[in-house]
Design a protein around this ligand. Sequence first.
Ligand code: NAP
Length: 244
Amino acid sequence: MSKEQRVAIVTGGSRGIGRQVVQRLAEEGYALVVNYAGNKADADATMTALAGTDVKAIAFQADVADENAVAAMFDAAEREFGGVDVVVNMAGIMPMGPLVDLDLDTLDRTIRVNLRGAFVVTQQAARRVRAGGAIINTSSSITKFSRPGYTAYAAAKGGVEAMTLILARELRGRDITVNTVAPGPIGTELFLRGKDEETIARIAAEPPLGRMGMPEDVAPIVAFLAGPGRWINGQVVYANGGAI
Ligand code: NAP
């Protein structure tokens, strides 16, 4: 691995799991690009939490599905910090509904952010990440749970899983690992929104560990894949407390 300071881009780094990944990588000494789509207040809160430390970080608004915006984000990382070592694809949305009457605009939006977005960011990462680096995608254990209501979301995440080993093989000789983390339910706005207390309690009780997963449960796994866990390559890591 590079002896220079390592640099990470975290898409969707402004809140939820991504924010925790930002904090964890900051603790490990990375310089950071904190990406977000539109909620500047959340990005500002993440940056405020880093202020007063010696962490180098910039926030960067970019729709992950917009190739020009994403290229500009990588340009900014290279300009500010000299290069990119780790790219964490954490941005995502989770519209739900039964397939039978799912609005096709919802399908398109889900595929656009969760699959095209991961593809576009990963394409820039494949071009620019330095030797010793890592690309980490985010899927969901829903690709295994197969619960009703998640077809569009699971289809997009299944695509992300399918890309992972192929890209790892395409990057042969570059010394770059490519992996996907596939969490089970994690107590963020994305998961909690629209669910009643009873549903949340039932889902929280499913893992043998007997509690709801939290961003703090996922961030160390991402950090491991970003750094020391280099012999894990081309894999999908299901992180759900044993709920499968
Ligand atoms: P979250 O709290 O809703 O945060 C989503 C993040 O993604 C925000 O930073 C948001 O930025 C950003 N984002 C959304 N659309 C974007 C776009 N088009 N371009 C750039 N950034 C965009 O979600 P989370 O729960 O942390 O989920 C993070 C990832 O984990 C997602 O990929 C999700 O599918 C996956 N996941 C979550 C769970 C769970 O139960 N929470 C389980 C399995 C997998 P803005 O606020 O600016 O929109």
